[in-house]
Design a protein. Structure first.
Length: 144
């Protein structure tokens, strides 16, 4: 229940980088560009989040270790997580590639430029709560 992240030949995963998700449904391709300043985000965090979704769990525990409640932002998932979970369940192809290294100073501007260049349709979408997964999946599968 996962995919193997790929690394373009010129990319060093120990340096800040930009990555691209390409998720292929039977009807179309979805794209998401992200940035990472550490290997964990690129290699593990997305798969961990998909595992949580498929187990029906929020992104984080509702209560922090210090007893304070989590923010809504920390409990919800991004649109890319929804598509990845559906892709796993439906057997769609997932390509996750580290495409280039960037400097920390330039990472945000380069990410924005690549979102436009790749016509990414998963970036900037509303976040969603785990309770809405089945409904969102059904809606997406009608149009995917």
């Amino acid at each position: 229940m996962s995919w193997l992240p790929r690394v373009a030949p010129q990319v060093n995963t120990k340096r800040p980088l930009i990555y691209l998700f390409q998720i292929e449904s039977p009807e179309r391709e979805y794209r998401y560009v992200g940035k990472s300043s550490n290997q964990s985000r690129f290699k593990k965090e997305y798969q961990t989040n998909v595992e949580k979704i498929l187990a029906g769990k929020p992104r984080r525990e509702r209560i922090k270790k210090n007893g304070d409640p989590q923010s809504v932002n920390n409990l919800t998932y991004r649109r890319v997580h929804l598509l990845l979970a559906i892709a796993i369940q439906e057997g769609w192809k997932i390509k996750h590639t580290a495409i280039e290294n960037v400097t920390k100073e330039n990472i945000d501007a380069r990410e924005d430029a690549l979102k436009r260049e790749w016509a990414c349709d998963l970036n900037g979408q509303p976040k969603w709560a785990i309770k809405d997964y089945s409904k969102l999946k059904a809606e997406l599968l009608e149009t995917a």
